[in-house]
Design a protein around this ligand. Structure first.
Ligand code: F6R
Ligand code: MG
Ligand code: MG
Length: 367
């Protein structure tokens, strides 16, 4: 085993170009410059800036561990500075949207931006896949993470490779109660599914191999629960390690060949298919969607990132994209009817209750 490093992916929607469509290149430029300064000062080992739709993504490697106030503070300050110096002067749409707290208070979790972090000892060769999605919520990872780490029909290695055969431990967060539970797979797969089939409430936050090897981390923040009102969707991120005793990169990508239906899309109020796309298509258009996901592959050595490989930039995912378009078309025909529109529980956190409030006094006892 090698040295311990931490990969932190911290993201926020701090304003975008053409409504909620995409990050402005000048926002990325400024974030690059500020992260380069942090690397040169010794705080970071390496970094990448990218975007998925209207979310600015800061991928950082360092030795400060998970939940480091220095790293979280760096990301917060960058989001603030880019908001003040680029988003606001250019009047980008919803400038500073996800910065829900007044001031930084030591840990960026709960302040608006999404965070996925994984500390691990670098192996001889360590492939990493970083996922980012736009126009959806953290529970969107439940289905693919289950497939990758618990379903042998997806991950052949769970059966074939003795080093995966023992299975994985999942950490699940109840985002309403702030409670978490650990469940072991395959033994407790039915219990796991009983929870994560409700992705609006139960969200996979971490996955470890049974021997404790860190395998995956996902962001869990739900903006509406932090703010108590609708502030756009959370647009989650996820880090997955691969190969050599972990699922292969191809097994990590395989679940996305099925564009499963997630909550989000227009006004955070609709179900739609999650379309796997290359970076150049990571921008939402039709009905502010359909929701997108990108996958970036890296090799990491002493915290230095080699890559990215734009993993969904491949005809092997053409069919998934076509299916996503067909499903999107089918769902759109429902207009505002469920199950395209989310159910009443989820609509609590949108602007719909204000409309319903207006009608309250017009109801009378039915004859
Ligand atoms: C979804 C999203 C968009 C907006 C929609 C309305 O996450 O951000 O679909 O909800 O474009 O935006 P406003 O209310 O800003 O006009
Ligand atoms: Mg936006
Ligand atoms: Mg977004």
């Amino acid at each position: 085993m090698g040295e311990k490093i931490t990969v932190s992916l911290i993201k926020a929607d701090i304003g975008s170009l053409a409504g909620h469509h995409r990050v402005h290149p000048k926002q990325m430029e400024m974030a690059e410059k500020l992260l380069a300064e942090a690397r040169d000062s010794g705080l970071l080992l390496d970094f990448r800036v990218f975007h998925c739709g209207d979310d600015l993504q800061l991928l950082m490697t360092h030795r400060r561990g998970e939940n480091s106030s220095e790293i979280h503070g760096l990301a917060w300050n960058i989001f603030k500075e880019v908001t003040e110096k680029v988003s606001k002067p250019l009047k980008l749409y919803a400038a500073g949207q996800d910065l829900l707290a007044e001031a930084f208070s030591g840990n960026i979790k709960g302040m608006g931006p999404g965070v996925a972090e994984l500390e691990f000892e670098e192996r001889g060769a360590d492939p990493l896949v970083v996922f980012a999605a736009d126009k959806t919520e953290p529970g969107a990872w439940n289905y693919p993470l289950y497939k990758i780490f618990a379903d042998p029909f997806n991950t052949a290695g769970l059966v074939i490779d003795p080093s995966l055969h023992g299975g994985f431990k999942f950490v699940i967060l109840d985002v309403f109660e702030g409670l978490e539970v650990e469940l072991n797979c395959p033994e407790e797969a039915y219990d796991l599914l009983a929870l994560i089939g409700t992705p609006s409430r139960y969200v996979i936050s971490k996955i470890y191999r049974k021997d404790g090897l860190p395998a995956a981390a996902a962001s869990t923040s739900r903006l509406s629960l932090i703010a108590g009102r609708y502030v756009g969707k959370d647009d989650p991120v996820c880090i997955v390690r691969a190969q050599h005793g972990l699922p292969a990169v191809g097994e990590v990508l395989e679940p996305f060949a099925f564009p499963h239906i997630v909550a989000g899309w227009m006004r955070g109020s609709h179900h739609g298919p999650l379309m796997p796309v290359p970076l150049k298509y990571a921008q939402c258009t039709r009905f502010d969607g359909p929701p997108r996901v990108v996958a970036l592959g890296f090799q990491i050595h002493s915290g230095i990132l080699e890559g990215p490989a734009d993993l969904f930039d491949d005809p092997a995912f053409d069919l998934a994209r076509q299916r996503a378009n067909e499903v999107a078309d089918f769902l759109r025909r429902h207009g505002l009817f469920m199950p395209h529109r989310l159910g009443p529980d989820e609509m609590e956190y949108t602007t719909l209750p204000k409309v319903l409030e207006k009608l309250k006094d017009r109801f009378r006892k039915a004859q």
